[in-house]
Design a protein around this ligand. Structure first.
Ligand code: ATP
Ligand code: MG
Ligand code: MG
Length: 552
């Protein structure tokens, strides 16, 4: 059959369903930390978390993993929700890990009471020194066997504000000789004196990821906790904490998949924040950013992103995806959807010397050859047109099939014209190109099919409007910017990642184009209307160039 084969997580979920695990319930969560905007890597996790729930009749909750007040903010909470909705997914509930601070606290107290956790008063450096190496067992903290009552008392103090940051931590008492470093008495709580964006100053002791995450899954009833491969080594700890909880007869299960890495792209939130804060880009939604809001502004569709994620799939092996696959995905999607229009990025005047002055005519243009239902529109033709400067060459090489004296080209949707010459200014720069049109070659007339090698686009000079066009290229010059550890990432930025063309001419049809509308500028690429557009000034972002251009 032609059903797509299952990926390994679908296989696990189907097996769990068959076995009647967790009463046949499927529940997932997407757990972003609200410390930055979502990026294309998060889209991979979102498609999986929400996708698995959809596919198997389960639910997926959005849970903000807000256990570190230092870097978190409501601005991020709002943008995360907007981006998930934009991708087309729906959460059942919104939860916040900070809502569980009380339950987590009670659980931690219970672990202290059971002799499974203790307050350590050593410095972070000292604790790190005692950790050992994977082959050398760690050393017990001198506080490991302190009386339970003392730990309980100090744990209270960690939270009351009496203990300075860095002076004490709560640690799980597990195994300092474990071959898994995460099991060597991991830190469960640390002291932070910064107010939390939701809980204010109520808490001073904050749970670490490893303690909060699995328990949050458990409190909510998550059945499949899907996360990226770097958490594989945390899984024994995830399970150890769950083993200590016995109230319910179900268990969340952590399954790891490969994260998305992409060529020419940095995905770490720390780096993205730096790019924004140091104004190396124009904000989180700069169209060069790999953020979802950046891709949206660039002109990406949610469908193209979901299709891309679907194509790269889920495995147990980390790799690097070629960014051209993402570009391929948006090109394919817009090829089907985008209306074809004419836009001239670098205009030069073309005068048809045998076309009557003052005459105009309306010519039919197909809106999308890939979709007849999109119909046709009329474009105005006249004696003076704008064409691309590089579609004319005075001294052209043999294989140049565009305008050069003596040569014929077809003007898209209009006539075949023969180039007769040009004007230049004192610097030798071409100011006007001249040609004669052949009235018998209008589309629909028999001579229209005469063979000419080149077709170029144009807009009527008297019937076009000005626009600014922003041409984007890769933000980094190297394939693996994150891998160049010895170099400052600022030196890896592509100085030509944004080129602004302020004097473009586009067909008059675009005068009412609204922000985020998408078009194909014939022969040039796909473009999206930028929200910087105002009534008097149209701004377009190039989403991606065309792979093929006609005979160019
Ligand atoms: P960073 O390390 O850049 O801060 P993060 O992984 O800590 O990113 P979170 O907000 O914690 O960011 O991520 C939420 C979810 O998205 C997690 O389940 C995480 O595994 C997943 N995720 C983050 N980055 C990627 C990626 N590049 N590919 C796939 N999933 C990702
Ligand atoms: Mg993080
Ligand atoms: Mg994280």
């Amino acid at each position: 059959d032609n059903k797509k084969s299952l990926h390994f997580i679908e296989t696990i979920v189907e097996k769990d369903l068959q076995d009647g695990r967790n009463d046949g319930r499927i529940q997932t969560r997407f757990p972003p930390e609200p410390n930055g905007y979502l990026h294309i890597g998060h889209a991979k996790a979102i498609c999986l978390d929400f996708g698995i729930a959809e596919e198997y009749g389960g639910i997926c909750n959005l849970r903000f993993d807000d256990t570190n007040p230092v870097k978190e903010d409501v601005e991020y909470v709002d943008s995360i929700m907007e981006d998930i909705r934009w991708l087309g997914f729906h959460w059942e509930n919104v939860y916040y890990a900070s809502d569980y601070f009380g339950q987590l606290w009670d659980f931690a107290v219970r672990l202290i009471q059971e002799g499974k956790a203790y307050v350590d008063e050593q410095s972070a450096e000292e604790i790190a020194r005692q950790k050992g190496t994977p082959t050398v067992p760690g050393i017990h903290s001198p506080y490991r066997d302190r009386p339970i009552g003392e730990s309980l008392e100090l744990f209270e103090k960690m939270n009351s504000g009496e203990v300075a940051e860095g002076k004490m931590v709560l640690r799980a008492k597990i195994d300092m000789a474990s071959s898994n470093m995460h099991m060597r008495d991991p830190i469960m709580y640390r002291v932070i004196h910064i107010p939390h964006h939701r809980t204010g100053t109520k808490w001073k002791a904050y749970p670490m990821y490893d303690f909060a995450h699995g328990q949050s899954d458990y409190f909510e009833g998550v059945t499949h906790s899907l996360c990226t491969l770097e958490f594989e080594v945390h899984r024994p700890l995830y399970d150890w904490f769950l083993d200590q909880l016995t109230e319910k007869d179900y268990r969340p299960r952590q399954i790891e998949f490969n994260r998305l890495n992409m060529t020419y792209t940095m995905m770490s939130k720390r780096r993205l924040l730096q790019l924004v804060q140091e104004k190396l880009v124009n904000g989180w939604d700069d169209p060069r950013m790999p953020t979802l809001c950046g891709l949206r502004r660039r002109g990406y569709t949610p469908e193209s992103i979901r299709h891309f994620v679907d194509n790269i799939g889920y495995t147990k092996y980390d790799g690097v995806i070629d960014v051209s696959l993402l570009e391929h995905s948006i090109r394919e999607d817009l090829n089907k959807k985008a209306m074809r229009v004419s836009g001239v990025i670098d205009p030069v005047k073309l005068v048809l010397t045998n076309y009557p002055e003052g005459q105009t005519e309306e010519l039919d243009a197909v809106n999308n050859p890939e979709d007849d239902s999109m119909g046709t529109r009329l474009v105005t033709f006249s004696r003076e047109l704008w064409i691309e400067r590089d579609d004319f060459m005075e001294d052209a090489p043999k294989k140049y099939f565009r305008l050069t004296p003596g040569n014929e080209v077809r003007l898209k949707n209009a006539y075949i014209v023969k180039c007769t010459g040009c004007d230049k200014d004192e610097n030798g720069r071409v100011t006007s190109v001249y040609a004669e049109y052949d009235p018998q070659t209008k589309s629909g007339l028999p001579e229209a099919n005469r063979k000419v090698k080149g077709t170029i686009h144009w807009v009527s000079a008297g019937h076009s409007i000005d626009a600014e066009v922003r041409l984007y290229d890769r933000l980094f010059t190297v394939e693996d910017p994150a891998g160049e550890k010895d170099k400052d990432f600022r030196n890896l930025l592509n100085p030509d990642s944004l080129i602004v063309k302020s004097h473009c001419k586009v067909e008059a049809f675009l005068k009412d184009a609204a922000p985020f509308e998408r078009f194909q500028f014939q022969r040039i690429g796909y473009f999206s209307v930028d929200p910087d557009t105002t009534a008097g000034k149209l701004v377009f972002n190039r989403t991606v160039s065309l792979k093929d251009s006609w005979n160019k």
